[in-house]
Design a protein around this ligand. Structure first.
Ligand SMILES: [Fe+2]
Length: 411
């Protein structure tokens, strides 16, 4: 669009918006990107640009400058007037995901849904987005129904596929998840921004079942290849998450961290999302890069002191401590890791991502409590596992961890 008409402002909105939502570029550090944003803002001053287009420009600029929460407000204002504005809808939906705003992910779609008719183009995708909001607010039956409807309309809707991955993850239907993804892989494997993540979900079922070899195969054949080739943050967090989960399960992942780390390294000063920071830190810790880890922690501390915007507040309140906890664990100070994380565990949702993604943090806390030398932490580990079992019954990994925790000192 930009090539065809360099002055077409919505072309710039789409291009810059996708960069922003890819969470790998920020105007704070990237001068080229800052220039792109300035050019977009300049173009929007033309009298031929509509109010709605101007609002789109404002929203993307706000997000790029770090004010993602305020950007969502602008997209919501657009949607009050134009409930069929799919770009505002999708950008807000994705941003709510990054912010951990589960209710907004569901309600943001629910309130515009009556304006959409099944005959309209993209209708199926709107249903798919709604399904994910329903899933993230634990309404699994309704989420599954909506996702299957989305897939009935368009079997290649990778976001509806993704919702079903989550429903099966959260309800402990690992075998069904594996069959579903095996049967449908040709429908979603070409969907650039989400395919890697759907493979990540596939590997989670295997980890749950202690089928580590198949999980490693998915890493080697899909998640690694995609994350190294794209270098996109969305793919990189999947790679880091998968390796970290395998290591927590006691799997030797060999030298797999090294290549992933090289892709993480350029982003250690980004601080676009605390969620990304945590996963990039895993890349540093996994590759045993002590100096870079220390540099990254210093950079986070500086961001807490001097930064601004939505992610600054999240990092100050939650992200920084979370990262400190992971560093303590890596240093073998498991008690410190527990003491840093336990008091803030219910605030971890603020770093964003899905429940399934943040479950890594729940598992991390349990592992740290088991490995701690303190008996009170062993008791805590057992309680956290009871809590886990009460929420999701069909979970072989939980059962394995319970066995380990029960074998610790009982007094
Ligand atoms: Fe997911």
């Amino acid at each position: 669009m930009i090539q065809a008409d360099p002055n077409f402002v919505m072309g710039h909105v789409l291009k810059n918006g996708l960069d922003v939502l890819g969470t790998g570029r920020t105007t704070r550090l990237d001068q080229e990107f800052a220039k792109d944003l300035d050019r977009m803002v300049e173009l929007s001053k033309s009298p031929s640009v509509t109010e709605r287009e101007k609002n789109h420009v404002t929203a993307v600029k706000l997000w790029a400058d770090g004010f993602s929460d305020a950007a969502c407000q602008v997209w919501e204002d657009i949607l009050v007037d134009c409930p069929l504005d799919i770009l505002a809808l999708k950008f807000a939906h994705d941003s709510y995901f990054y912010l951990g705003y589960s209710n907004q992910m569901r309600d943001g779609i629910g309130r515009i849904l009556p304006f959409w008719k099944p005959t309209m183009p993209l209708y199926g995708y709107v249903i798919g987005m709604h399904s994910f909001g329903l899933e993230e607010t634990n309404l699994y039956d309704r989420a599954e129904k909506a996702a299957r409807k989305g897939l009935e309309i368009n079997p290649r809707d990778a976001w509806s596929t993704h919702t079903l991955c989550h429903v099966m993850e959260m309800t402990g239907r690992q075998d069904e998840g594996i069959s579903f993804l095996t049967d449908t892989v040709k429908n979603w494997t070409t969907c650039g921004m989400i395919a890697c993540h759907n493979f990540w979900h596939w590997s989670l079922y295997y980890i749950e079942k202690a089928d580590y070899q198949n999980a490693l195969n998915i890493f080697d054949n899909e998640v690694k290849v995609r994350s190294i080739n794209s270098g996109s943050l969305l793919d990189l967090v999947d790679a880091c998450s998968l390796l970290y989960r395998l290591e927590m399960e006691g799997v030797d992942v060999g030298d797999r961290w090294n290549e992933v780390f090289e892709r993480c390294r350029p982003h250690i000063d980004d601080h676009i999302l605390a969620f990304n920071d945590l996963h990039l830190l895993m890349g540093c810790l996994g590759a045993k890069q002590k100096d870079i880890t220390a540099k990254m922690m210093e950079s986070i501390e500086q961001f807490v002191r001097e930064g601004k915007g939505t992610n600054h507040d999240v990092t100050r309140d939650v992200g920084h401590k979370l990262c400190q906890s992971f560093v303590a664990y890596s240093d073998g100070d498991f008690a410190k890791a527990v003491d840093l994380l336990y008091p803030i565990r219910y605030n971890v949702i603020r770093i964003g991502g899905s429940h399934a993604q943040r479950d890594l943090v729940n598992l991390f806390l349990i592992q740290a409590a088991i490995k701690s030398q303190l008996k009170k932490h062993h008791k805590l580990a057992r309680m956290l596992l009871m809590e886990r079992k009460s929420f999701k019954d069909s979970a072989p990994m939980t059962d394995r961890l319970i066995k380990r925790a029960m074998a610790l000192h009982a007094d």
